[in-house]
Design a protein around this ligand. Sequence first.
Ligand code: HPA
Length: 273
Amino acid sequence: MLEKYEKLQKTLDFLQKRMTIKPQTAIVLGSGLGGLTKSMEIVDEIPYAEIPNFPVSTVKGHKGTLIFGRIHGVDVVVLNGRFHYYEGYPMETVTYPEMVFAGLGVKTLILSNAAGGMNPTFKVGDIMVIRDHINFFGTNPLLGPNDDNLGPRFPNMSEVYSHRLIKLAHQKAKEQNIHLQEGVYIGVTGPCFETPAEYKAYYLLGADAVGMSTVPEAIVGAYRGMEIFALSVITDLGVVGQIMEATHEEVLEAAHSAEPKMIKLIYEMMPEL
Ligand code: HPA
């Protein structure tokens, strides 16, 4: 076995011994979006540092616990604090949680993030369901030797984000009177926010929102055969004429105020995942 999979097996052994529920759904919480943990039923909360071989997060606003619990009657495992490429972690570490989720038997992966909006119809505080992505990280978490037992050498990316779940999101959003945008997310390394020329270039490439996460995790999720659903909270605008001087604090603040809508949407979708 490759050394990296031996390492993963140790993480899985620890969690499998400890788990009292076996969730089929995993949720990754983005910057400023940790509030979901307050409205869920918590069964067990494990600091990353206590999990063998699990990475530890460094960024402000990211706590770093793996939570097992229930939302709207459905068992879930929640990654409360993700690992970003800009923190200096290799892609393998950034996507380690998704490898763990798959190993634990998770079938549905829900990703959330804060993002800058380039689409001129977007406003700060909007929620965008991700229809597709552009990997602009300049690298890929699946580089290197492939274990064919885990996934294909050349994974198909024609429907990374489940059309079924996108449809369900629109239906639930309508019922709940939540204004829901839909679009393409472009993933970049950060840590710089974009220059006006970069926002414009990404929009011309076909992206509606830009952020520093999600794409690597979605790639590994798709590789491991998970059904994926992802939401961006638009925290600042990169629209020509409306470009904001985004700061991390403003991003967290905007994410935080849009959070109740996102939580509501996920809550409503849960029983039909
Ligand atoms: N750019 C990149 N990442 C982001 C942004 C942005 O404007 N806003 C929140 N995350």
